[in-house]
Design a protein around this ligand. Structure first.
Ligand code: TA6
Length: 283
């Protein structure tokens, strides 16, 4: 079943309930902000104090950072992480014929406003497939007459019961940019555990990562992505973020399927690029 509903704050969202999971996608940002496989806990974290208003991204779920990740390279007055996560997307297709699999396609196209801050004609297609797994696929089409460059991320916030019990595997011996230490390049031979603030961009990553906590394993299989960003703001930083609920840092970890820094993507006119992640949970 798929219904169009409204949050009390006024945002329109698609509410999908099939044989495998319950998922909510806001048209604001093309933003998945709720995902719960049946008989499991919510897999994505969303802040209890998130804003739901124009010009702000929902805090949690899967914000789409595009066409730049982080600060704009030359103009810091432009929105952090680009404009896709604060733009209104359109739902262009829904396939719900099979109760075991629902596919939703959203689109965002260039507009007068987008051309003012990013001077290229484009179409972004977000395809979301909910079956036993969740697949999120972001395709950038270059509809311009010149090539353009993007950086991007599916800034996924995973929901955990205790950050100190988490292990991330698949990033060992891969160079990362430590965004908390003057962008110094580092690496570690050990699986990643989190006991303090972390903000890292791993470059040239493998396409399979696992996140393990308690008795649960979440596997992320990516395609068209060469970077992985890992972020937890920990105590002090999370207190400075007004839409981050108190102690929320204990229950979340961002593991972001991305193309950032040297893994930027150049797309020629009339060509496209797809970045995708499939999220698989095993108990
Ligand atoms: O993905 C990591 C990061 O870029 C961090 O540096 C941190 O600022 C975070 O994203 C959240 O950014 P936001 O603009 O959503 O507050």
């Amino acid at each position: 079943m798929i219904e169009t509903k409204q949050l009390e704050h006024g945002f329109t969202y698609l509410d999908i309930n099939n044989n495998h999971a319950h998922l909510k996608i806001a048209l604001h940002g093309g933003h998945i902000f709720y995902y719960k496989p049946h008989n499991q806990e919510e897999l994505l974290w969303t802040s209890q104090t998130s804003f739901y208003k124009e010009g702000k991204a929902i805090r949690g779920g899967i914000p789409i950072c595009w066409p730049w990740f982080g600060k704009h390279p030359s103009d810091t007055t432009l929105p952090q992480h680009g404009f896709a996560r604060i733009s209104l997307w359109e739902c262009v297709a829904v396939d719900k014929r099979d109760p075991n699999e629902t596919t939703v396609t959203l689109e965002l196209k260039h507009s007068k406003e987008s051309l003012n801050i990013w001077p290229y004609r484009f179409k972004l297609t977000l395809m979301i497939i909910v079956n036993q797994t969740l697949t999120v696929s972001l395709t950038t089409h270059n509809n311009d007459t010149q090539a353009f460059i993007i950086t991007e991320a599916l800034h996924s916030y995973f929901h955990l019961d205790d950050i100190t019990h988490v292990t991330v595997k698949g990033l060992e011996n891969i160079s990362y940019i430590d965004q908390l230490d003057h962008n110094t390049i580092k690496s570690s031979s050990q699986p990643l555990t989190i006991h303090k603030e972390v903000d890292r961009a791993y470059i040239n990553t493998n396409n399979t990562l696992t996140l393990t906590y308690r008795n649960k394993t979440v596997t992320m299989i990516s395609r068209g992505s060469s970077s992985t960003v890992v972020w937890n703001p920990w105590i002090e930083k999370s207190r400075q973020i007004s839409d981050f609920h108190t102690d929320g840092y204990k229950e979340m970890l961002c593991i972001e399927t991305a193309n950032v820094y040297d893994n930027l993507i150049s797309i020629d006119p009339q060509k496209s690029h797809t970045m995708e992640v499939q999220i698989i949970t095993t108990l």
